[in-house]
Design a protein around this ligand. Structure first.
Ligand SMILES: [Zn+2]
Length: 289
């Protein structure tokens, strides 16, 4: 019996150390971003995406949008590419200062990854029969995931709390960390309350807002300065601002977050998911035009 307990304890310790810190919207957040994006693709981009998607996706980008989170163990090098750590309390982002991994290697952050996979996809040459030197299927899946991630406010968070990963809170009566509240809990609670726990209803509601309430903002969401193909720095600057104004605001260790927080933050989550989807489509349209 004692031995059995010891084994259980050992197993728990293992699990604690093996479960990776999750970086990024959860499954439904990424699904929504990609679902919105695919519905807005130009003819050329839709065709390229269809060609590049793995067969298992059945032509549905949203079904593989979470892939980059699933390969973090296999592609260990990819885990710093899901986020950006910015200086504590500063609430600003600068590429040259902040886009690096923990070892200080430049460009290894979500903004650098978006630029990198955009450049890889630009080597896609429709119908030329010439193969790219890159794995463009993976490039497409990474880009689609990372444009989602960079829109999660706490993906551009403070360094010392690892984007809210070390801030313990209660989400209503359950224990959670602040980062996870923004990845998953807010969306789940919204789905339970408003969408019959159905992600497609969440997507429909976002699509409706894009064509009505937010319609006059969509052009500015899509635009990318000069003749750039990808604009991650704009998204990252907005991200840290939203993190300060909404995600971190009023939260301390052990805060209980409930309706006050949920009702004021869910609109921010909706707005960022919609922006992520619109901008992923705009980026893919520029790449494959
Ligand atoms: Zn991620």
């Amino acid at each position: 019996m004692e031995l059995h307990k010891f084994h259980v304890l050992l197993a728990m310790v293992f699990v604690l150390f093996l479960v990776p810190v999750v970086h990024g919207w959860g499954l439904d957040g990424h699904y929504s971003v990609c679902k919105i994006a695919q519905s807005r693709l130009s003819k050329a981009a839709a065709k390229a995406v269809e060609e590049l998607l793995p067969h298992s996706a059945n032509g549905d980008l949203a079904s593989v949008c979470i892939w980059a989170d699933r390969v973090k163990f296999r592609y260990h090098w990819s885990s710093p590419l899901h986020y950006i750590d910015t200086p504590d309390k500063l609430c600003t982002y600068r590429y040259s200062r902040d886009c690096k991994d923990e070892d200080g290697v430049a460009d290894r952050c979500v903004a650098g990854a978006i630029n990198n996979y955009t450049n890889q996809l630009l080597t896609y040459n429709k119908g030329s029969g010439q193969a790219s030197t890159y794995n463009l299927t993976e490039a497409l899946l990474f880009l689609s995931h990372f444009i989602g991630d960079i829109h999660q406010p706490l993906h551009v968070g403070f360094t010392s709390d690892r984007g809210g990963n070390t801030i313990d809170v209660h989400w209503y009566r359950r224990k959670a960390v602040l980062h996870h509240v923004w990845d998953t809990n807010i969306i789940e609670t919204a789905e339970e309350r408003y969408d019959d726990s159905n992600v497609d209803e969440l997507v429909d509601a976002l699509q409706k807002n894009i064509t009505t309430g937010w319609a006059d903002q969509v052009d500015s969401w899509e635009s990318c300065s000069g003749n750039m193909t990808a604009c991650p720095d704009i998204y990252a600057s907005e991200g840290i601002k939203a993190a300060c104004d909404w995600a971190y605001k009023g939260v301390t260790e052990d805060s209980t977050l409930e309706d006050d927080y949920f009702l004021t933050r869910y609109p921010i989550v909706q707005w960022r998911l919609a922006q992520g989807g619109v901008r992923l489509a705009a980026t893919l349209n520029r790449i494959f035009e």
